[in-house]
Design a protein around this ligand. Structure first.
Ligand SMILES: [Zn+2]
Length: 404
């Protein structure tokens, strides 16, 4: 306590004045960027290793960086973690949630011991709130981890993230460089995504890509911080080599399509506004057909198939847009816009002959920036399908059959 009191005295004569100024600035213009969940471990100082300041983050800390699953609560009985989510994401409209685990986590070490039924017995949990806390809220992490580890620890794990349909594939420590409890800590960090998504009050925001969940992992021994890359399907160290790629991954969706969607407002799309914005003018002139098609479809409920023409006006493509309703509205528009370009390409006379004689083919791809998944428009399936182990043979068959 002496250390803390002396520290307060030093603060009064040094950083206090600067901090009061920052408090005032934040009070007038609050823009917090993230709700940050991490472990209460004294070595974890998240504002230091992220270089964030007054007003940047809401931080929630507990033993083991857990967010209890909603099924643990009835009526108005909640722990502080979901309340923190509401304060951050709903009251303060924060759009990013970060879960940050770490190496040599004492809570994770204890969680790993809980695999022993005697250690985890009811009697032992009754005298140890920490065991009870981990047993109640991190057992899902332990179960997932043990199953994976017993199967050899090589297979990818599949976690659900913002919604139960949005799956995250994760190879845990593929270079086998971490201790077993550290591997468990990484699994536990990723498991929290589904726990966050279990709360009904966040559902709409998560579904519409208004709210994003990210996972970090801090290696206490080297000081390296890892970011879970959905594209790379693993934790990657944030360093000179990876940072640009990781920034690309987190920078959101197609800004042009977001702007195109705003052009449905006649004032936003007015001639005066187009005159001062070449981007608005470009989109208004060349993507209005996509917007019109999209709005008509969306106003009719967004369920019916759309019909696009492709290589020739006679070759129709039937398309169900986002039938699982997993993408944001601007992303649906982006898919419609992608398919609309087929007819635009076919509008050029100098390509007519080649397109008619099947000498030239048009294909549509769509890239999901959040997951790194790439979708191919399957004319047979009448929708964008992710190109993956499950679909690739079918898609190759389709391409060979129709286009070779
Ligand atoms: Zn810890």
């Amino acid at each position: 306590m002496e250390k803390i009191l002396r520290g307060i005295m030093r603060y009064r004569s040094t950083t206090r004045e600067q901090m009061v100024k920052e408090f005032q600035k934040v009070r007038d213009n609050p823009h917090p960027k993230a709700v940050f969940f991490t472990c209460m471990d004294s070595r974890m100082i998240p504002t230091r290793f992220t270089e964030t300041h007054v007003g940047d983050m809401f931080v929630v800390r507990n033993a083991g960086n857990l967010i209890p699953h909603a099924h643990n609560f009835q009526d108005e009985y909640f722990t502080c973690e979901p309340a923190g989510l509401e304060l951050g994401c709903v009251v303060n409209d924060i759009r990013h949630i970060v879960i940050c685990g770490h190496s040599d986590c004492k809570a994770m070490n204890l969680l790993y011991q809980l695999r022993d039924p005697e250690f985890a017995s009811l009697d032992n949990r009754r005298i140890s709130p920490l065991r009870a806390w981990l047993y109640s809220h991190a057992n899902s992490s332990l179960t997932t981890f043990l199953k994976w580890h017993e199967a050899g620890g090589k297979d990818p794990l599949i976690f659900s993230s913002e919604t139960s349909l949005r799956k995250v594939v994760a190879y845990i420590d593929p270079e086998n460089q971490f201790a077993i409890e550290d591997k468990l800590s990484q699994v536990n960090t990723l498991q929290q995504m589904a726990n966050i998504a279990s709360y009904g009050f966040l559902k709409k925001r998560l579904e519409t890509h208004d709210l994003h969940i990210h996972a970090l992992w801090f290696d206490i021994y080297t000081g390296d911080i890892y970011f879970f890359s959905r594209a790379a399907k693993r934790f990657l160290p944030v360093d000179e080599e990876t940072v640009e790629k990781l920034l690309g991954e987190v920078q959101s969706d197609c800004k042009a399509m977001n702007l195109l969607y705003q052009l449905r407002d006649p004032e936003f799309a007015s001639l005066d506004n187009r005159r001062i914005s070449p981007l608005r003018a470009w989109l208004y002139s060349h993507a209005n057909s996509s917007l019109t098609t999209f709005l008509k479809w969306h106003e009719a409920g967004g369920k019916d198939p759309l019909i696009f023409s492709s290589e020739t006006s006679l070759r129709k493509v039937v398309a169900y847009i986002d039938p699982e309703n997993q993408f944001a509205i601007e992303d649906k528009l982006s898919q419609v816009n992608t398919l609309q370009q087929m007819a635009n390409i076919a509008s050029y006379g100098f390509l007519k002959k080649r397109l008619e004689t099947h000498d030239l083919h048009i294909h549509a791809l769509w890239f999901d920036i959040y997951t790194g998944d790439i979708y191919f428009f399957s004319r047979a399936a009448k929708r964008f399908l992710p190109v993956d182990e499950e679909t690739v043979e079918k898609l190759l068959g389709e391409v060979q059959r129709y286009y070779s």
